[in-house]
Write a protein that binds this ligand. Sequence first.
Ligand code: NAD
Length: 482
Amino acid sequence: MDTLQTSATADFAAPYGLLIDGKIVVSNDTFDVLNPANNEVLAKAPDASPDQLNAAVAAAKRAFPAWAALSWKQREAFLVKLYEALEAQKEEFITLLSLEQGKPRHSQADFEVNLANPWIPKTVKSRLDVEVIEDTDEHRVEVRRTPLGVVGAIIPWNYPYLHVLWKSVPALITGNTVVLKPSPYTPLCALKIGEIAARILPAGVFNIVTGGNDLGKLLTEHPDVGMITFTGSTATGRRIMASGAGTVKRITLELGGNDPAILLPDADWKSIVPNVFWTAFGNSGQWCIAAKRIYAHRSFHDEFVKAFAEYASQQKVGDGMDPTSVLGPVNNRMQFNKLVDMFADVKANGYKIAVGGDIDPNSKGNFVPVTVVDNPPENSRIVQEEPFGPIVPIIAYDSVEEVIAKANDTPFGLGATIWGRDREQAQAVASRIDAGNVWVNEGQNHPINAPFGGHKQSGLSVEHGGEGLASHTNSKTVMIHK
Ligand code: NAD
């Protein structure tokens, strides 16, 4: 394998290379990464071969015993150094993120990088202490946590910077080594993070391979990988469960959702229009925990739709590098075409559109107008499916019992937001929603030390918090006769 030049910082002008065994390496093949604002080639990314994937897993396996043998504090010191180096180049990362993902540089790309970096020191500060179950004069029983080995991390294209750290840092601090595979639509930030990590972490501890879905499949089947941590679609999650079964892998899945936003009868609906809007349309709706069905009580539904549509019509969709854009294009043509199909369904069924609605299938960039569908039927595709784009239905309901039943009538259970003046009543409704993350009078404000995961087909296991850290370990009960 050829070795590229690298330095203590990432060189944003240099070609992109894989991170294998502490070295930045080229690959014989490359694939194009497109700028979603114009679908022109932004960069060429290395298309890792199966041999390179195997080399990455072998390096991670070799590095595991020494990394696991370090104390938590020693691993913490390495990861804090990584944090400092990422902070030093965060402006370059924000630009690259905007270019490869499409999100506005000055707002949402800036937000993503500034949210994700501080998670490193916060995460590594936590501890998984030994739990003492019994300690008498005769007998001691304790539960220790031991790392699993090589963790394969597979991530999507909606938060391509944040997910690198979200997946890798908990796995690394608990003593595992990592092979990360980003989405082929957004591999660039991950590869530049890899350039930095190459100079900070011991060889083989952190590896990054980029390529298509087949590479992900090889990782999930690999006998030397002990755990797969995956974020992406429910369909892929099912495949990963199946391919991990052969070697009984530990599996964490963060999958799709169809999150309801419930505006209770006493909601201060006028004042919450911007909050509810951004809960639904942040990152152009390409957010697993975006509000995807807004239920407004019939007493104010029509007025709310009007105010919401007016606010929505003021938000500019455009190139993420244009400082006047507040919403960027959707990330890729595959997702754009799914939205073209969803918009066609809304039109074909004659549902009322409060704002937007006209998507240009031939648009050079993947631009989708902010669209609000007014009171479509409960069984419509726009209510039942996850569009993963800037379109949301606002549905009228009559009773709280009815809206709770509708909110829960879905195979998903990722998130929900409840809005109401009476906090106690809002919390009582929250307690009856079958979802992993429920917010009351706020949207998506999630601290990194709290567990995050989905109920039903939105996921398996959790990430972050004590439970999330523990999910990267084996439980080992030690019984000692005194
Ligand atoms: P995807 O499932 O198509 O791809 C995600 C990743 O899996 C990519 O890296 C892809 O290359 C890889 N992959 C695809 N097929 C694979 C296979 N058979 N084996 C192993 N790896 C494979 O999802 P996407 O289109 O990138 O992302 C959009 C979806 O992700 C949406 O449904 C969204 O709700 C979900 N999502 C969920 C969360 C969450 O935390 N719950 C966060 C972001 C996105």
